[in-house]
Write a protein that binds this ligand. Structure first.
Ligand code: NDP
Length: 283
């Protein structure tokens, strides 16, 4: 039976580390500030933002939310971002997606100063990741790297398979595993033989968004399995992209859903903001 990688406990540990760092910075007068911009009344966004604000307050950040009405125009949103870019108390800016119809999300994300890009989604930071220069990294794959570390899995020299190639998970995940010296394959909806690819992977990261698409029987014995997927079944149960029970029979370590990658995504946002605050005094 596989070792269970407890994302909830590891995320709590990360929050503890950030809270200690905030205390250590206090005598210098630097209080990391995270500002979240929420536009409209998407209920899921409201829940996510509440969680992010709670975490920020708990670790001692200056936490601010700007809530604009669903009728806010693109120039209004851009004006707010410009104001936050210029505010020295703001170290991290996060614009909660999705934005209302008619607003160009890309234009808004690109307007964020890359040095304040808490999510690591700005094209500058995407480029920074791909050429290995420091900067904020997308939170979900950064959280996966921390989970691998805590599970004692060094990707160096291993065959890693990332299933999914989205800009927020799959692609940056592949880059981070490459940076960690894994031999990386990226699979997606046009991959010819997914079971065969899975069967070769020492490290498997599933970020697909399809309930239990990856069958346990495909998993290479001894593999480390990280399940990013969050899929709500008709009855309300939350499941991952991997058939958990069957995969756990073969894997050496596996993340549960919920309680695996999800809590880490939130925790890494705090790490990014702390690092952005530290970097702000070095320039
Ligand atoms: P996207 O929908 O943006 O990307 C899904 C990817 O899966 C695409 O690259 C797609 O391929 C690929 N895919 C779809 N069907 C198949 C298939 N049959 N075989 C192989 N690959 C396939 O999703 P995200 O990356 O945003 O999210 C993925 C999952 O992770 C979701 O369940 C989401 O809820 C979850 N998630 C969880 C987070 C967390 O904190 N735990 C954070 C972010 C996401 P193609 O490119 O060819 O279409």
């Amino acid at each position: 039976m596989a070792q269970l990688i407890d994302g909830k406990a590891i995320a709590a540990q990360v929050r503890g580390e950030v809270a200690r760092a905030v205390k250590e910075l206090a005598p210098t007068g630097l209080v990391p500030g995270l500002t979240v911009v929420r536009v409209g009344d998407d209920p899921a966004s409201a829940v996510y933002v509440r969680g992010k604000r709670k975490d920020s307050e708990e670790v001692g950040f200056r936490s601010v939310e700007h809530h604009l009405p669903a009728t806010a125009t693109q120039p209004e949103i851009l004006a707010l971002v410009a104001k936050l870019n210029a505010d020295p108390l703001v170290h991290g800016i996060l614009v909660q997606l999705p934005l209302p119809k008619g607003v160009d999300e890309r234009a808004v994300l690109e307007a964020i100063d890359p040095r304040k890009d808490a999510d690591g989604f700005h094209p500058y930071n995407v480029g920074a990741l791909s050429i290995g220069i420091p900067g904020p990294r997308p939170c979900t794959p950064a959280g996966v790297m921390r989970l691998l570390r805590e599970a004692g899995c060094d990707p160096k020299g291993k065959r890693a398979l990332v299933v999914g190639r989205s800009n927020i998970v799959g692609k940056p995940m592949a880059m981070m595993l490459l940076e960690a010296h894994a031999t990386v394959t990226v699979a997606h909806s046009r991959t010819a033989d997914l079971p065969a690819e899975v069967g070769r992977a020492d490290v498997l990261v599933a970020a697909i968004g399809k309930a239990e698409l990856v069958k346990g029987a495909w998993v290479k014995p001894g593999a480390v399995v990280i399940d990013v997927g969050m899929n709500r079944l008709a009855g309300g149960k939350l499941v991952g992209d991997v058939e958990f029970a069957a995969a756990a029979e073969r894997a050496s370590a596996i993340t549960p859903v919920p309680g695996g990658v999800g809590p880490m995504t939130r925790a890494m946002l705090l790490v990014n903001t702390l690092e952005l605050a530290r970097a702000s005094v070095r320039r």
